[in-house]
Design a binder for this molecule. Structure first.
Ligand code: ADP
Ligand code: MG
Length: 588
C-alpha cells in the first residue's frame, strides 16, 4: 500500500518562486506552438496592423515569428509588456464588460517568454529609434536601441525548451504545423481586410490578399472549387436581435469527415464553442450522412457586454448571456440558408433503416413487455456474438460457421442462417474487414494493386489540406497512389489503389488523408490510413446487393482472420440463437 504522508512531513507552505509560478501560469495560456501564434497574431490585430506575416520552422517548435505593421510598442514600455498582467487594453474592472480588443489579460507575452527564448524588435509610431529586447526563460538578456520599421516583430525560439514535460506532449511537426495553419486561416477569414502570409520552412503555405471580401478569403483557404459550392448565410430581416450572423455554409452535398472545417468566429475571435457547434450540427440534421461534417465559416457579432470571454486564460471559450437566443439564431440562419439555396436533395440513396428499425423495435418492445424501452433497446435480446460464446457454441475467434444467405434487409444487412440460429451481417462493416485484411496482406507482399485512371484527376485540396498531401506523397506512393504536384496547391492523380474503384475519388482521397491524420497516433499513420482506405472502399449501407454478391461477401468474410469485427472494432454481425428465438416466441 502507498505510504500516507503527513502534510508536515512534506514541506512548509511557501509562495512559489516567481519563475515556477510563471511557468505554471504559462501552461494555461501556451499549450502548443499554435497558442503562441494565436496570441501574437491577436496582438498584431489589436495593434491595428494591416499586414501580418507569420513564419514557422519545425511546426513552430524551433521558431515562430510574427511581423506586423501595427502601432508598435513605445521604447519605454517594451520591458513592461513582458510583465504579468501588463496590458494597454484595460484599465478598470468595468472595462472587462466591454472588451473590444482580442487581448486584455496581459498574460500572453510573459507566458510565452517564460517557456522560450523571445526576441522582440519594435518601433512605435512617432518614435525615431526602435527597441530590441530579448528574454530567455523569462529573464531579460538584451535590451538596446535598434533601427526598425514601424511595427513589431516577435521571434519565439525553442518553445518549451525549459519545460520538457510539455515538449513531450507535442505531436508531430506536421500536426503542430497544421494547428498553426488552421489558426492563421481562421483569422484570415475573420479579418478579410488584413493581409496574412504564412511561411513554413521559408516557403509560403498560405496567403490572403486583404481585399476585404470574405469570399476572396474563402477561395484563399479552401480553393475555388470548394468556395463555389459554399452558400452565403442569409438571414431574413424578421429576426430582430442584437446578434448578427454572417458567413458561409457548405451545400449538403459537400462534406468532410471531421469537424475541423467548422470555424466559429465570435466578435472577431476564433472560439471553440460547443453551443454554436451544436447549433450548426442541428441545422444540418438529416441532411448529411452519418459521421460527416459541413464546411462552415460562422461569424457571430453581438454587443461585447452580452458575451463573456474571460472564461479561460486561452480566451477560446466564451459564455453568452443569452445562450438560447444565440443558439436559435445560428441554427435558423444556417438552416434557412441551406433550405433556400441548396439544390433540392435528390431521393436519398441511403434508406434510413436505422430509424425505421428503432421505431419498430420500440413498438415491439412496448407491446410485448409493456415496458418503456430505452433508446436503441432491442426487443429480441440480440447480442454481439463476441459476448455470448457460451450460448452459441461458436469459437470466439477464427472461422465462421457455414452460413446460408437468405436475403438483404434495409439495403444494409445480410440475413443469413447458420447452424445455431440467425445472423445479421452489416454489409459495410463486413466488407471493411475484408478489404482491410486484403490490403494489409498485399502490402506485406509489397504488391498493393493499383489502378491507373483513364483520365488523370486533378486534386485541388486547397491550402489547408495541400500541405498534408505534400508531406505524405511518399506514403501515398507506397499505398498504390500515383500522385504528382501539378502547380500551386494542386496535384495530379494518375492511379489509385484498386480498392477505391468506383468511388468519388477527389472527395474520398482528401477524406482518407484527413482521417489518417486524426488517427495518426493509434497505432500509426499507416494503420489509420489503411483503416480509412478500407472504410471508403467498402460497400456502403444503402446499396442493393444480389444474392451472388452477398454469398461472395460472406465467403470472403469467412476467410478473414477476425471476421467478427470491422477494423474500427465494431461488430460485423449480430447473432440471434435458436434458443433465443424459441424463447421470444414462447415456445419454451
Ligand atoms: P494583452 O494582449 O492581453 O494586453 P499581451 O501580453 O499579449 O497582453 O501584451 C502586452 C501588451 O504589449 C499589450 O497590451 C500591448 O500594449 C503590447 N503589445 C504586444 N504585442 C504588440 C504588438 N504586436 N504591437 C503593439 N503592441 C503590442
Ligand atoms: Mg495579447
Amino acid at each position: 500500500m502507498n505510504r500516507l504522508w503527513k502534510l508536515s512531513e512534506l514541506m512548509p507552505i511557501r509562495i512559489l518562486p516567481e519563475e515556477v509560478a510563471a511557468r505554471i501560469a504559462a501552461g494555461e495560456v501556451i499549450e502548443r506552438p499554435a497558442s503562441v501564434v494565436k496570441e501574437l497574431v491577436e496582438n498584431s490585430i489589436d495593434a491595428g496592423a494591416a499586414d501580418i506575416k507569420i513564419a514557422m520552422r519545425q511546426g513552430g517548435r524551433r521558431l515562430i515569428r510574427v511581423i506586423d505593421d501595427g502601432e508598435g510598442i513605445p521604447a519605454d514600455e517594451v520591458q513592461l509588456a513582458f510583465e504579468r498582467y501588463a496590458t494597454s487594453k484595460l484599465k478598470t474592472v468595468d472595462d472587462l464588460a466591454h472588451i473590444a480588443t482580442l487581448g486584455f489579460r496581459g498574460e500572453a507575452l510573459p507566458s510565452i517568454a517564460a517557456v522560450s527564448q523571445v526576441t522582440v524588435i519594435t518601433r512605435a509610431k512617432g518614435e525615431e529609434v526602435g527597441t530590441l529586447f530579448r528574454l530567455e526563460g523569462g529573464r531579460a538578456v538584451r535590451h538596446e536601441g535598434r533601427g526598425a520599421a514601424q511595427g513589431t516583430l516577435v521571434t519565439v525560439e525553442n518553445l518549451f525548451y525549459n519545460t520538457p514535460a510539455r515538449l513531450k506532449f507535442l505531436r508531430s511537426q506536421a500536426t503542430e504545423g497544421r494547428h498553426i495553419s488552421d489558426l492563421v486561416t481562421c483569422y484570415a477569414m475573420a479579418y478579410p481586410e488584413l493581409r496574412f502570409d504564412l511561411l513554413s520552412e521559408g516557403r509560403t503555405v498560405f496567403q490572403s490578399k486583404g481585399s476585404g471580401q470574405p469570399y476572396d478569403v474563402l477561395v484563399d483557404v479552401y480553393g475555388l472549387k470548394i468556395a463555389q459550392q459554399m452558400l452565403e448565410i442569409q438571414v431574413d430581416s424578421v429576426a430582430k436581435s442584437a446578434i448578427t450572423v454572417h458567413g458561409y455554409v457548405s451545400d449538403p452535398a459537400l462534406h468532410r469527415s471531421n469537424s475541423r472545417h467548422v470555424t466559429i468566429l465570435v466578435n472577431g475571435r476564433w472560439v471553440r464553442d460547443r453551443l454554436l457547434s451544436y447549433a450548426v450540427r442541428e441545422a444540418y440534421h438529416t441532411l448529411l450522412p452519418k459521421g460527416r461534417y459541413p464546411i462552415v465559416v460562422l461569424k457571430v457579432e453581438l454587443p461585447s457586454e452580452q458575451v463573456d470571454i474571460n472564461v479561460h486564460p486561452a480566451k477560446s471559450e466564451i459564455r453568452f448571456r443569452n445562450s438560447g437566443e444565440a443558439f436559435a439564431l445560428v441554427q435558423r440562419a444556417v438552416r434557412q440558408t441551406i433550405a433556400q439555396k441548396a439544390p433540392i436533395p435528390r431521393e436519398s440513396s441511403s434508406f434510413d433503416w436505422e430509424r425505421a428499425f428503432e421505431t419498430r423495435q420500440r413498438h415491439l418492445v412496448g407491446v410485448s413487455r409493456g415496458a418503456r424501452p430505452s433508446r436503441g433497446e432491442l426487443a429480441l435480446e440480440v447480442q454481439r456474438t463476441e459476448e455470448i460464446p457460451a450460448m452459441t457454441d461458436l469459437p470466439r475467434k477464427g472461422k465462421l460457421p457455414m452460413l446460408r444467405v437468405l436475403g438483404q434487409l434495409g439495403r444494409a444487412y445480410i440475413i443469413a442462417e447458420g447452424p445455431t440460429g440467425m445472423y445479421l451481417i452489416d454489409q459495410h462493416a463486413a466488407h471493411e474487414r475484408i478489404l482491410y485484411e486484403q490490403f494489409r496482406a498485399e502490402r506485406a507482399k509489397a504488391g498493393v494493386s493499383s489502378q491507373g485512371l483513364l483520365e488523370p484527376l486533378v486534386l485541388e485540396p486547397g491550402p489547408r489540406q495541400a500541405a498534408m498531401v505534400e508531406e505524405r506523397l511518399v506514403n501515398l506512393g507506397e499505398f498504390g497512389f500515383e500522385i504528382e504536384p501539378f502547380g500551386g496547391d494542386n496535384y495530379l492523380v494518375r492511379a489509385v489503389p484498386a480498392i477505391l474503384r468506383g468511388t468519388d475519388l477527389t472527395q474520398v482521397i482528401l477524406d482518407i488523408m484527413d482521417e489518417a491524420e486524426r488517427r495518426n497516433t493509434a497505432p500509426s499513420w499507416e494503420e489509420g490510413f489503411i483503416i480509412s482506405l478500407a472504410c471508403h472502399g467498402a460497400i456502403k449501407a444503402g446499396q442493393t446487393l444480389s444474392l451472388e454478391q452477398m454469398q461472395e461477401l460472406v465467403r470472403q468474410l469467412e476467410e478473414t482472420s477476425l471476421p467478427r469485427t470491422c477494423p474500427h472494432g465494431r461488430p460485423t454481425m449480430l447473432h440471434v440463437s435458436a434458443q433465443q428465438l424459441e424463447r421470444e416466441f414462447g415456445r419454451r
